[in-house]
Design a protein around this ligand. Sequence first.
Ligand code: 13P
Length: 249
Amino acid sequence: MAPKGLIAGNWKMNGLRASVAEIEDLKARMAATPVACDVLVCPPATLICSFVKAAQGSAISIGGQDCHAALNGAHTGDISAQMLADLGCSHVIVGHSERRADHGESDADVQAKAAAALSQGLVAIICVGETEAERDDGRTIDVVTSQIRGSFPDGATADNTVIAYEPVWAIGTGRTPTPADVAETHAAIRAELVALMGEQGNRTRILYGGSVKPSNASELLTVANVNGALVGGASLKAEDFWGIISACQ
Ligand code: 13P
């Protein structure tokens, strides 16, 4: 049986205190209409507390966008998995391509962050994806499977680990791979997960991310081995995010 869908919003470096209204709006929509999938919002660290509070009594989970590999210590500006768990987060995104590119994070760094997340009872959402040049070279599957192998933590299970496939060239560009391309890459990711985890690999969620919006969500979410979406820009407004959540059957 396919795993239950997960629609996750990655707010990136967006949102101010007033943005809590979007969570209240989403909560009201979810109270009025049952949804078929799990729903997660990952705000910037500054908003985690208020979003956790606003989401109380709803099925909305709150997560972080990154964590340090250590649980505490002299790491100015960083946030640990322990701190996220302490605030009431259930998930944390690790290895987003913007972190890999802007902060030079390697697969080994991502693996250590994912291990820290698991050690604190958080679900690690491990991001992978090829650049446009890698895609043009026909290396998409090589790049993605190698990132998964290199970023995969010990102790990963279908319950504590999620893979998000986000082609770098599709992020924030309005461009998406064709459903056939998504199917091919997700099938390769599924095979890699089964190789790494055995039967659990069949139950591990694989999300697609990159320019998902209400108008293309149904098409992308019904592709084989797509178990949900990681949504950037279209997760910032409850109305748009709801359009994607509603498309998840
Ligand atoms: P967009 O949905 O804005 O393309 O961002 C995708 C993403 O990077 C989510 O993590």
